[in-house]
Design a protein around this ligand. Structure first.
Ligand code: PAF
Length: 287
């Protein structure tokens, strides 16, 4: 596995791979890798010649009172896990090169961000869109792999590549879970033991929502009430419970299209998110 930090060096390497006729897969991450990230690498390896992973904790997507400084980092461990998973190139840029002081442009996302994490974390998706577009220009991938735990992020990035005609295929991948259903996340390490056992209620409540829809419940409000009642039993504080159209993320009253049921719960030192996408066809989204 090659490790590259310089932006120009990464572009030169990407162009070299393109000349060899190799397709490039890209797995962007903020590091502190877990099985969720590894599953993206596995999907990427199946469809491409070369897998590039980036590790970059992007300051632009954290609000002033969020956990940028505390975000877990361990590049040596990430290197080992990436190598074992079969990553070919680990791109690990410096903040100063990604964001020099004299920047002229950043992006503002206008659609699909007035709800869920876009509403709770103002500016978050502007930071995500800016860094993802920059990374696409540096890594020059054919396909990029994103986990559906951040389903709003997938919806926003899909809109981004459409708006800017970016020739990258966005590949959404399923959520990877612990044995009790908790979605894998780098932030799970912040949970206290009692919070950790309560945290499985996020996925339990979403499973109950899916069952209710499959059994014929078609009122969004009823589904929301069901999920809220389950989450109220945890020690966490509910940030949001929403039942929305997907990927447009519009409020709905009746469930008659593809929907997302999404939750965010604040625990003492970790804010956890989870969701389920329920399609009309019953076919799950993601490779
Ligand atoms: O999902 C993430 O880890 C980040 O939002 C991403 C896509 C790597 C951009 O910083």
């Amino acid at each position: 596995m090659k490790i590259i930090s310089g932006i120009k060096d990464m572009q030169i390497e990407a162009k070299k791979q393109m000349k060899l006729g190799h397709s490039i897969a890209f797995v962007p991450t903020m590091g502190f890798l877990h099985e969720g990230h590894i599953s993206l690498v596995e999907a990427a390896r199946k469809q491409n010649h070369i897998v590039v992973m980036s590790v970059f904790v992007n300051p632009l997507q954290f609000g002033p009172n969020e956990d940028f400084d505390r975000y877990p980092r361990d590049i040596k461990r990430d290197e080992e896990l990436a190598r074992e998973a079969g990553v070919d190139i680990l791109f690990y840029p410096h903040v100063s090169e990604m964001y020099p002081d004299d920047r002229t442009t950043t992006l503002t996302v206008n659609r699909r961000v007035d709800t869920l994490c876009g509403e709770s974390r103002p500016g978050h998706f502007d930071g995500v869109a800016t860094v993802v577009l920059k990374l696409f220009q540096i890594v020059l991938p054919d396909r990029a792999y994103f986990g559906l735990k951040d389903a709003q992020q997938v919806a926003v990035i899909t809109g981004l590549v459409e708006d800017f005609n970016v020739p990258v295929e966005i590949v959404p991948c399923p959520i990877i879970r612990e044995s009790d259903g908790l979605a894998k996340s780098s932030r799970n390490v912040y949970l206290t033991p009692s919070e950790r056992s309560d945290a499985s209620e996020l996925s339990n409540s979403l499973r109950a929502a899916k069952e209710a829809v499959n059994n014929g419940e078609s009122t969004a409000h009823e589904i929301k009430k069901l999920v809220e009642s389950k989450l109220q039993e945890t020690v966490g504080t509910i940030d949001y419970v929403e039942v929305l159209s997907y990927p447009e993320l519009k409020q709905i009253e009746t469930i008659d299209e593809d929907i997302i049921v999404a939750v965010a719960v604040q625990f003492s030192a970790a804010r956890l998110i989870d969701n389920v996408i329920i399609t009309r066809s019953g076919i799950p989204i993601g490779v």
